[in-house]
Design a protein around this ligand. Structure first.
Ligand code: B3K
Ligand code: ZN
Length: 851
């Protein structure tokens, strides 16, 4: 494998040619699939350059130009360059590919007996020679041929035009997509699935057929996904006036998939984890995630497919915007508090860490080696926070006006992030040039606040990052809540638009007897430097109007206690425990808030927020604080738990979700200070749903090893033949803190359901271990690093995308003590020294070592 060259955003050039139409004929066979492509090619502009097509791992069989066999071409490992072509012509190529040998799960591959494709970002070039870039938009006709018995369903984008049978036992289906699209949205699926159908009538009265394809025997697990799809379709009409534009919407669930799902036009391909659910096998969180991913892919039909990206540096154009859209959709149909907390946790735990590490990049990156490495929490989740700030600045009405204008101006085009902001700007008659800096500047801004009476001096500065030394001031909508410190009187909320490095703000009411909650609601993806006192945090926790800010205060309290305790200061821990106990007594009826506030920040999010980490001390301190709070709250926990145990038959309703969440939070906390074995065993045995089952396991995992082992064994006996469910068991084992964790991981990887070829299994075991078992990964003798690296080296040649994703926790080696630094660097060097290293791993590991 040779390492790809880096590409730079500023080097963008429009294509030399475009392809107006492509006619694909694909004859499927596991080892030798034949792909014939007929392209109508037009030269753009006046130049003499040859036509240079992307293509990888293809066996070229023939090339014709306007029906004449063509020999004037050069072939390399990554391109087919055709010389002497006219300005407008028909190019026909035939290639052969081997889907059964494609373990990268990019291009055309076999997933458990079904053929399927993944083309974004640059996978189409593994199917045929083409201009594999998002600014080439073409019409597609696709004919698929395959053995009828094995592959009765042959699917592609758009509408089914015709089908037929051949004498040799094969059959064929021809599809036509009436919308122009970039090749990354092409999809093909062939298999034998169970099919769940429904229909949706659009606001203009068109009937759309909905089809959900799942593995045989899994039909009864598809209903929630289908219901979610209909909700998303209705919501997008009601909120943004956006209607679906084809006669059929198909979703296929497959078991082998590199990420969550893919928004191919009219034919979404999903990781089955984000489709299949019933109460027995899926948790409330799974239900939530399914709804959100289904909605996300559906929303892409407009934000991504109808208006797409000019080049891959603009990825956040579609991803940041679509994540934001799925977020506000989720906030509508679920608890807004719980939903916002989930989003903010992703930013704090993962995005801030990315900003501070060697892979730091703006939401619109400037330089990329492997595009697949840039489907990041920065592009997606920080990208969504940037869109949310626009929503705040423009108001929802102004934002929606901007969206309408964006589609009027750019429907059917491939555009840039600037085009999006310009549309927002022009529709609202506002100057957003300062705001655009969010797209080009990486790093997490720090906010400082100095208060002099009723006047605030607010400062902003962004520390240098690995990719950018100097930073500028940004336009930051910073929301503040002035909380009455003793609960007497009303809170006052205000939003300040920060525009320069320091800014003075006059508070609208007297600040006497009020405490400031800064960045209320997480109005901007920033870190507030000012440390509130314990008393101030106590006031915010008790009296803020925003439940989100109350939760924030609880997290700050936990964090301060954990850090102080590491320094041997026990007073903070006592005060925090008392504040928590007061809170639980005062809010005993507010289960929704209790169940969030009593979860401490994870060790991993604390690590993300620290520049230097003493791992052992942090782990100990985390446990000590959690336990101390449990002891202080125990009587109340007992009382609340007693009231929580009896419930109705499982239903995914807001009331029940809150109850199960509260049971989870309270039981985990209570298990820190009491022997809960009997309670947990009873809960596990009587549970009629996966959420409660996992609650029992998680509480045991934290508090009672022998109960944990025995319940885990029962779980495995029950679910050993259902890999999707077993992934929860793999992940629980992999995140358990125990001295022999590596031997345990080894055993897991010998389980009959484990395979290196399935990304869900890898993520469940090695991904969970690396991201969420800080104690295990950072074992002081370095054995965690060695174990993990050995496996990364084995995964890389099979599936580089997955290897590059899970290597992330090793990249931030600078945070740790010098002994651990040396050990991590040693193993990163082993990866880099591997002559077969993928571009994916190379880009991340080399940056990390160079930093
Ligand atoms: N657009 C896809 C992600 C493609 C990832 C390519 N490595 C899913 C999504 O964001 O909706
Ligand atoms: Zn997306």
């Amino acid at each position: 494998m040779s390492i790809k060259a880096a590409k730079r955003r500023e080097d963008y050039l429009p294509p030399d040619f475009t392809v107006d139409h492509i006619d694909l004929k694909i004859v499927l066979a596991a080892d030798a699939t034949s792909v014939s492509a007929v392209l109508q090619v037009t030269r753009i502009g006046s130049h003499e350059r040859p036509l240079c097509l992307d293509g990888e791992q293809l066996t070229l069989k023939s090339v014709e130009v306007d029906g004449i066999a063509w020999t004037d071409y050069q072939l390399s490992e990554t391109a087919l360059t055709i010389n002497g072509v006219p300005d407008s012509f028909v190019l026909s190529t035939v290639v052969e590919i081997a889907p059964a040998h494609n373990t990268s799960l990019e291009g055309l591959y076999l997933s458990d007996g079904a053929f399927c494709t993944q083309c974004e970002a640059e996978g189409f070039r593994k199917i045929t020679y083409f201009l594999d870039r998002p600014d080439v938009l073409s019409m597609y006709d696709v004919t698929i041929t395959a053995p009828q018995d094995e592959y009765p369903q042959l699917l592609s984008n758009g509408n089914k035009l015709a089908s037929g049978h051949n004498d040799d036992g094969t059959h064929w289906v021809k599809w036509q997509d009436p919308h122009r699209k970039p090749c990354y949205l092409f999809a093909l699926v062939a298999g034998d699935f169970d099919l769940l159908t429904d229909e949706f009538t659009t606001q203009s009265g068109r009937v759309v057929a909905l089809e959900l394809y799942v593995d045989k025997g899994k039909l009864n697990r598809g209903q929630h996904a289908l219901d979610s799809l209909k909700r998303a379709m209705r919501w997008d009409e009601e909120v943004f006036g956006l209607e679906y534009d084809l006669d059929v919407y198909m979703i296929v669930a497959v078991d082998f998939f590199n990420m969550g799902a893919m928004e191919n036009k009219g034919l979404n391909v999903f990781n089955s984890k984000f489709v299949l659910a019933d109460s027995e096998t899926a948790t409330d969180d799974d239900y939530f995630n399914i709804e959100s991913v289904i909605a996300h892919e559906y929303f892409h039909n407009w934000t991504g497919n109808r208006v797409t990206c000019r080049d891959w540096f603009q990825l956040s154009l579609k991803e940041g915007l679509t994540v934001f859209r799925d977020q506000i959709f989720s906030e509508t149909f679920n608890s807004p508090l719980a939903t916002r907390i989930k989003q903010v946790k992703v930013i704090r735990e993962h995005q801030f860490a990315e900003d501070a590490g060697p892979m730091s990049h703006p939401i619109r990156p400037d330089e990329v080696i492997e595009m697949n490495n840039f489907y990041t929490v920065t592009v997606y989740d920080k990208g969504a926070e940037v869109i949310r700030m626009l929503w705040t600045l423009l108001t929802p009405e102004g934002f929606k006006r901007g969206m309408r204008f964006y589609f009027d101006r750019h429907d059917g085009q491939a555009v840039t992030c600037d085009d999006f902001v310009n549309a927002m700007q022009d529709a609202n008659d506002i100057d957003l040039s300062l705001f655009k800096r969010w797209y080009g500047q990486s790093g997490t801004p720090r906010i400082s606040i100095a208060q002099h009476g009723d006047k605030l001096t607010i400062g902003q500065h962004t520390p240098a990052t690995a990719d950018q030394a100097s930073k500028q001031a940004l336009l930051i909508p910073l929301q503040l809540e002035m909380v009455p410190s003793n609960g007497q009187g009303e809170s006052v909320q205000l939003t300040v638009a920060l525009k320069s490095e320091t800014q003075e703000v006059l508070l609208p009411v007297s600040s006497g007897n009020r405490v400031l909650s800064v960045n209320s609601g997480f109005s901007a993806p920033v870190i507030v430097e000012q440390q509130a006192s314990l008393a101030e945090l106590g006031s915010i926790l008790s009296f803020a109007k925003s439940d989100f800010d109350r939760w924030e205060a609880s997290q700050a309290l936990f964090k301060q206690a954990m850090l102080a305790n590491m320094e041997g200061d026990a007073s903070v821990i006592n005060e925090t425990a008392q504040l928590m106990a007061q809170f639980i007594t005062a809010e005993q009826r507010n289960l929704a808030l209790l169940s969030e506030v009593l979860i401490p920040p994870s060790v991993e999010s604390l690590v993300a927020g620290l520049e230097q980490v003493n791992v052992d001390a942090l782990l100990n301190s985390h446990k000590a604080v959690y336990k101390r709070v449990a002891i202080e709250c125990a009587p109340m926990l007992e009382k609340l738990l007693a009231a929580l145990v009896l419930r109705d038959e499982y239903a995914y309703t807001p009331e029940q979700i809150v109850q199960r969440k509260a049971l989870n939070t309270l039981l985990k906390l209570y298990s820190q200070c009491q022997d809960t074995s009997d309670m947990l065993t009873t809960l596990f045995t009587n549970a009629d749903n996966m959420t409660d089952t996992l609650t029992a396991l998680q509480a045991a995992q934290l508090g009672n090893q022998s109960t944990f082992e025995s319940l885990m064994q029962q779980f495995e006996e029950r679910w050993q033949d259902d890999p999707l469910v077993l992934d929860k068991w793999f992940a629980l084992h992999a995140t358990t803190e125990r001295p022999d964790i590596l031997a345990r991981l080894q055993l897991l990887m010998e389980h009959k359901q484990y395979t290196l070829k399935n990304p869900n299994r890898i993520r469940a075991i090695l991904g969970s271990f690396a991201f969420y078992n800080t104690a295990g990964l950072h074992l002081s003798d370095g054995s965690g690093y060695r174990f993990f690296t050995d496996h990364l080296l084995a995964i890389d040649p099979v599936n580089p995308q997955v290897a590059a994703r899970i290597v992330t926790p090793l990249l931030s080696w600078r945070k740790f003590d010098s002994d651990r630094q040396d050990k991590i660097k040693f193993h990163l060097t082993r990866i880099l020294d591997n002559p077969q290293i993928s571009s994916d791993l190379f880009e991340k590991v080399s940056k990390s070592l160079a930093q």
